[in-house]
Design a protein around this ligand. Structure first.
Ligand code: CMC
Length: 432
């Protein structure tokens, strides 16, 4: 299929060109502009990639208008209800749901890769005691590239798979160690008897003096949050991983780049920012004032946890979490209810406000995830780390997909240059 485009210059038709159109399995048609520069000397201009598909992918599908999210074709609602996080991780990584044996084997591999090289532990001591855990994550995950030299051939699919397993397995151990460092407690080793999520809670909260028995509701809630955060197609951090990987960089370094991108409050840092915002608002009586601030173009304040580049309808992940949020708070954290009430009130007011309706700004997944993490006693500065653990499988799946794509080439956007035109150098003593 092709589409005809008319090139106009100064109001006059210069030329008509045919561009190939790529037809996806689902979603809007995409105009193939790969040869536009070669054939026409023209670039496309799209800051923020508002209308640009950067790759073909078979992993995740989003229909932002209809509020649909699917992993490998499976609706997020069904996965959230039926699946275990590692089952979803397998699905994202390999493309199909595992059978019983495949799941047992995958679980066993991940469980037996959770330990860190002892020397890696030394890294944590090098960070200031109050370093943000995301800063520690960026550094320590990047440093994995200096440890596992037996599988660094990115052109070897088996090496790529080993790196993927190591990343999924070690990320919770690194995250928990970042937390332990920030509270001045010794690192807790993984416990191979526990599930992925229970083990993370154990590594965060057990001490050498006292065991820790994760509450089943906490494990269940974390499993759900991890499934919902596992992938989200070509978001900023995933695109960062792909771009870093496109130069054939080491996978651990690419994932560290993804973690850095996730950290920002416009992306994964939003869950921490939501809690900061709710604490700042403090009381239902202050909501109107903060809504007014969010609408004021001269004020940089935004309602954190509202709006999404792709969802122009309710974020389906937020729909699922809203109910869980209520249940977790009822069961685990009565004293957090005022915060939830404040959040619900804020949501209700924003949902009726013309400004938010016009711009289709609905609550997103992170409006609720922070509140749930808070109820699980996870400190605010660990919320984005939790997101990073869950998203690692998404990043790794995209990296694996890209690396096995025969069309793969280095990602190299162009620009529209708006700086000074060519001019001659002025010696220092002649400058004004
Ligand atoms: N509060 C107030 N106004 C907003 C908000 C908000 N949260 N989000 C967008 N707007 C306004 C914005 O000012 C603009 O108004 P106008 O057209 O009058 O200039 C309009 O809505 C469109 O905003 P945009 O910034 O052009 O939209 P975007 O697609 O570039 O940004 C976003 C998407 C998620 C970065 C943005 O909505 C935002 O900053 N939200 C708050 C942060 C947040 O919750 N991020 C988590 C996203 S979900 C987790 C993830 O997947 O990363």
């Amino acid at each position: 299929m092709t589409a005809k485009y008319h090139l106009m210059r100064e109001g006059a038709l210069e030329e008509s060109i045919d561009l190939d159109v790529v037809k996806p399995v689902q979603g809007p048609l995409a105009v193939d502009v790969t040869k536009l520069y070669r054939d026409q000397g023209l670039l496309t201009y799209d800051p923020g990639f508002m209308s640009t598909a950067s790759c073909e992918s078979r992993i995740t599908y989003i229909d932002g208008e209809a509020g649909i999210l699917e992993y490998r074709g499976y609706p997020i609602e069904q996965l959230a209800k039926e699946a275990d996080y590692l089952e979803v991780a397998y699905l994202l990584l390999y493309g199909e749901l595992p059978n019983k044996n495949q799941l047992l084997e995958f679980d066993d591999i991940i469980t037996h890769h959770t330990m860190l090289n002892e020397n890696l532990k030394e890294f944590f001591g090098g960070f200031h005691y109050d370093a943000h855990p995301m800063a520690i994550m960026v550094g320590v995950v990047g440093s994995l590239s200096a440890f596992y030299h037996d599988s660094t051939d990115i052109n070897n699919p088996r090496h790529r798979e080993i790196s993927a397993h190591r990343l999924i397995a070690k990320i919770p151990t690194i995250a928990a160690a970042s937390y332990k460092h920030s509270v001045g407690e010794p690192i807790t080793y993984p416990d191979n008897e526990l599930s992925y999520c229970a083990n993370l809670l154990h590594m965060m909260f057990a001490t050498p003096c006292e065991p820790y028995h994760p509450h089943p509701i906490a494990v269940e809630a974390m499993n759900l949050l991890f499934i919902l955060h596992a992938d989200h197609e070509q978001n900023a951090s995933t695109s960062t991983v792909r771009l870093a990987g496109s130069s054939q960089a080491n996978p651990f370094a690419c994932i560290a780049a993804g973690i850095a991108s996730l950290w920002g409050p416009a992306h994964g840092g939003a869950n921490e920012a939501v809690l900061d915002m709710l604490t700042e608002i403090g009381d239902v009586s202050n909501i109107e004032k903060y809504i007014a601030k969010a609408k004021d173009k001269k004020d940089p304040f935004r309602l954190m946890g509202f709006g999404h580049r792709v969802y122009k309808h309710y974020d389906p992940r937020a729909n699922i979490l809203r109910e869980t949020c209520k249940r977790v708070l009822d069961e685990l954290a009565d004293n957090n209810n005022p915060l939830f009430e404040l959040a619900l009130e804020l949501e209700q007011i924003a949902l009726k406000d013309e400004y938010f309706l016009e711009r289709k700004l609905y609550p997103n997944v992170d409006f609720y995830s922070g509140i749930i993490y808070r109820a699980l006693n996870i400190p605010n500065n660990m919320f984005t780390v939790m997101f990073a653990i869950a998203r690692t499988v998404g990043w790794v799946s995209h990296w694996m997909e890209m690396m096995s794509d025969p069309m793969q080439r280095i990602g190299r956007p162009r620009q529209v240059y708006m700086g000074p035109p060519r001019r001659d150098f002025i010696p220092l003593d002649k400058r004004a």
